[in-house]
Design a protein around this ligand. Structure first.
Ligand SMILES: Cc1cc2nc3c(=O)[nH]c(=O)nc-3n(C[C@H](O)[C@H](O)[C@H](O)COP(=O)(O)OP(=O)(O)OC[C@H]3O[C@@H](n4cnc5c(N)ncnc54)[C@H](O)[C@@H]3O)c2cc1C
Length: 459
């Protein structure tokens, strides 16, 4: 006998849980079930605690500038519990010619920064005269055309800090459709941003957002979301089919049916399930895998004040960058100790993930030792190897996959697709998409075409 529910969500990660939250907020009696393949919900969001140190397998935080995420935190009563690290207060560093240089935080600092030459700074303004290129571009091509080649190491750092990706492969049109629209409409990004700022109804906050986490770590969000959620773990869905307005799902030895199916999976988890419906233009997207290495030191080690640093590829460093975790979020190390978390691998260096823990730590210490005053060995170390990677929205494939997703949803009413790597990769992207899915379903599956948001870049 098949088990029937009004709504079934495949995937108990942030996307699935947030979608369920927004649905149940409006319809508390909705008969809904979440099927999670793993032993625990939360997917990539997972915290690590040992010997008084607190680190993260996956996300370290998200910015508090997304209305849907603010709503979620408010609903869960988490807005007051959150720890906030304001971008305006904390320095962020880029590795530049073998040294850590603070990123400019204001136009005045941009004028004096050594990260760009005087000509490079002037070249930024050429954006006002550069005609938009209409065809799909990678992020590097786009940035060089608009702002000049000198900005590329900074662009590289930004892309490394978000996608652990390659700016010469990621599609500007897929990653930042809102920015591309603005540029095409106004003929220049700077002009478009100025117009947008002046537009009626545009709320001026006047300050930079904050990075947000919780004293218990990011997984606290999952633990709170999951309370009283109808969720079955160890229920991996192996196949779906659609007949007579009903979806049929096969999971272990059970069969489920529903008229409304939400596939809230990372894109590479969704593609095999969806392939029998309509063959996709690609069966897999590239991923960037990383390891996160936690290193604890005594407070004698003077870590520069700030969030951490990122290293562009041309610097030839071993690590992609590091977070100065105890500066950002106090309480992540025992009394008298500091914690830094170092990221290695990414789209361009998967081979580094093959190293064993001791080799990794030795190479990291040699690398960081040239950038930070590490004058003693670490008192604590732990290598975290997340099983999943970060999906990459690359040129020559991702836009076609988005068109195909649209076709699947059109051809199969009652099917909704959100999750890691479709419209974005950040937690705010997941929560935004979750709210949109819930709103569409509650409006009788009538989704509204929304303008792509202009996402600001902070790294
Ligand atoms: C290493 C790393 C670092 C990150 N850092 C940041 C950061 O600092 N800030 C930020 O905003 N974002 C960050 N992210 C991205 C963030 O983690 C994701 O946006 C978010 O976790 C995606 O949620 P999801 O539910 O879509 O996917 P997932 O978290 O992958 O969850 C999907 C769930 O579906 C389950 N599942 C898979 N297949 C099936 C199936 N067939 N049947 C049933 N269940 C299934 C999985 O077990 C999993 O629990 C990071 C991601 C990674 C990997």
């Amino acid at each position: 006998m098949a088990e029937n529910h009004q709504v079934i969500i495949i995937g108990g990660g942030l996307s699935g849980l947030a979608t369920a939250h927004f649905l149940r907020k409006q319809e508390p009696n909705l008969d809904l079930l979440i099927l999670e393949g793993g032993k625990r919900p939360g997917g990539a969001v997972r915290s690590f605690k040992n010997e008084g140190f607190l680190g993260e397998w996956g996300p370290h935080g998200f910015l508090d500038n997304n209305p849907e995420s603010r709503e979620l935190l408010h609903d869960l009563g988490l807005d007051k519990q959150a720890q906030r690290a304001p971008l305006g207060k904390f320095l962020r560093y880029v590795c530049h010619r073998g040294q850590l240089v603070a990123l400019p935080q204001s136009p005045q600092q941009l004028i004096s920064t050594p990260l760009l030459s005087p000509l490079g700074k002037l070249r930024l303004l050429a954006d006002l005269w550069k005609k938009p290129v209409l065809s799909e571009q990678n992020i590097g091509q786009w940035a060089a055309h608009r702002f000049g080649r000198e900005v590329l190491p900074l662009v590289d750092a930004a892309v490394t800090g978000t996608f652990a990706g390659d700016y010469q492969r990621l599609s500007m049109d897929a990653v930042m459709p809102g920015v591309r629209n603005l540029e095409k409409e106004a003929g220049s990004l700077l002009r478009g941003l100025r117009r947008k700022k002046k537009a009626p109804g545009n709320k001026k906050t006047g300050h930079l957002p904050s990075m947000l986490s919780f004293p218990q770590g990011m997984e606290h969000l999952i633990h709170t979301l999951v309370k009283e959620m109808p969720l079955q773990t160890e229920s991996k869905v192996r196949g779906i089919s659609h007949q007579h307005g009903q979806w049929r799902l096969e999971s272990n030895d059970k069969v489920f049916t529903t008229p409304t199916l939400i596939v809230a999976l990372p894109i590479n988890g969704a593609l095999p399930l969806l392939t029998p419906l309509i063959p996709p233009p690609a069966t897999k997207v590239p991923e960037a895998k990383i390891v996160n290495v936690l290193l604890g030191f005594s407070k004698q080690v003077k870590i520069p004040y700030g969030f951490g640093y990122l290293a562009p590829e041309r610097e030839n460093r071993f690590a992609l960058g590091a977070m100065f975790s105890t500066h950002m979020f106090p309480g992540r190390a025992p009394e008298g100790k500091v914690l830094i978390e170092v990221l290695v691998g990414g789209r361009r260096h998967p081979e580094r993930l093959e190293l064993n823990d001791d080799e990794l730590i030795a190479k990291i210490l040699a690398d960081l030792g040239e950038l930070l005053p590490l004058n003693e060995p670490p008192c604590f170390s732990k290598v975290l190897r997340p099983s999943g990677g970060i999906p990459q929205m690359e040129v020559g494939g991702h836009l076609q996959l988005l068109d195909w997703r649209h076709l699947c949803e059109q051809e199969h009413p009652g099917l909704h697709l959100n999750g890691f790597g479709w419209d974005g990769i950040g937690m705010n992207d997941m929560i935004k998409a979750a709210k949109k899915t819930a709103t569409t379903i509650l409006a009788g599956n009538k989704g509204q075409q929304e303008e792509a948001p202009v996402k600001p870049v902070y790294f």
